[in-house]
Design a protein around this ligand. Structure first.
Ligand SMILES: [Fe+2]
Length: 338
């Protein structure tokens, strides 16, 4: 089944779009996207999205293979992120109108068939020339289990298994783009893993809204002619240096300079999309919540019924690998359609 999505062109008024650059600059600098550590008992040594990393290392962005070293793969996908709003917390007051944008809420309500749309988060990603985002689905949420208390790969397995839909909190995401960087198209599989890959240009002041928890997606390389890029570590930061200029710094050393034209700047809005008042009430009231123990028992039972791995005989790392292998079906590298 083809996933619904909305394309906005333009998304905002001209001045509102221009103000998005000022908001990024007001942060002063962007750090790399940090992972929360919530893996106790479920594979502490595993990266939160080892599912995505394994697939990217083996297949690259387009499924044709990945010629990069491990370090280059990490630098290529280690992008920069800051959160503009989280629930009622506005980290910059100017983001309020975007967080509560009625056009987005109305489109989310329509696509999600939802009576209740609750804006959840707004964050910004910056990618430098040579970077890209591996194919993935976003981290879903369930009543009782989310990224604050459960490993991200585990939540993704839960969603792809289809076993926990009654507890899932449906989320729709709007990805919007600002600026004029070359490349960096949003690429996705609206017809599922076996369907064709489509791409939407990351054109200034446009956006797409869809279920990124369910639809595999990624970002094509920014400035595709650039194959090499500086080493990006957890300490690397992107500092605004006045006017159009940004500096890539490791500790206090500047390792590259960019202008706004070089950077792919996206802002993502996520909203909880509840079917009705009852679903909203269950989530809001903290009722009917899942636990990791419930989920492991359900996984065990499902895999046994299919004659597959006996999870109880595996250690935590082996069990994580078995769950990812059984439940997550990455797209197999079909060429993009124009
Ligand atoms: Fe994503």
């Amino acid at each position: 089944m083809t996933a619904c999505f909305s394309h906005f062109d333009p998304l905002l008024g001209g001045q509102d779009a221009e103000n998005m650059f000022r908001i990024a600059e007001s942060f002063g600098s962007f750090g790399t996207y940090a992972e929360e550590a919530t893996s106790e008992g479920l594979g502490e040594t595993l990266p939160q999205r080892f599912d995505v990393g394994l697939n990217y290392t083996a297949n690259g962005l387009d499924g044709q293979g990945n010629p990069d070293s491990e370090q280059m793969s990490a630098s290529r996908t280690n992008y920069f992120r800051e959160t503009y709003a989280y629930g009622a917390q506005l980290h910059v007051p100017e983001i309020s109108s975007f967080m509560n944008n009625e056009q987005l809420q109305s489109a989310a309500s329509h696509i999600g068939g939802s009576e209740y749309v609750v804006p959840a988060i707004v964050y910004a990603n910056l990618l430098i020339p040579g970077q890209e985002l591996a194919i993935h689905t976003d981290v879903p949420e369930f009543r009782g289990l989310n990224r604050m208390n459960t490993p991200q790969w585990f939540l993704v397995c839960m969603h792809h298994s289809g076993l926990f839909e009654p507890w899932r909190v449906p989320i729709l995401t709007c990805v919007s783009w600002f600026g004029s960087a070359d490349g960096g198209a949003f690429t996705f599989y609206p017809e599922g893993s076996a369907g064709p890959r489509k791409a939407i240009s990351a054109t200034h002041n446009t956006a797409v809204l869809l279920d990124t928890d369910s639809v595999f997606h990624g970002v094509e390389r920014v400035v595709p002619t650039i194959h090499d890029l500086p080493a990006i570590t957890g300490q690397t930061r992107l500092h605004h240096a006045g006017d159009d200029y940004w500096l890539l710094q490791e500790q206090d050393q500047t390792v590259a300079e960019y202008t706004w034209h070089d950077l792919r700047y996206s802002i993502s809005w996520k909203g909880y999309c509840f079917a009705d008042a009852k679903q909203h009430g269950l989530w809001f009231g903290g009722q009917d919540q899942l636990t990791v123990t419930d989920v492991l028992a359900q996984f065990e039972s499902d895999l046994r019924s299919k004659g597959m791995a006996n999870l109880s005989r595996l250690d935590a790392t082996e069990r994580a690998g078995a769950l990812v292998e059984q439940y997550i079906r990455f797209p197999c590298g079909l060429k993009p359609e124009s």
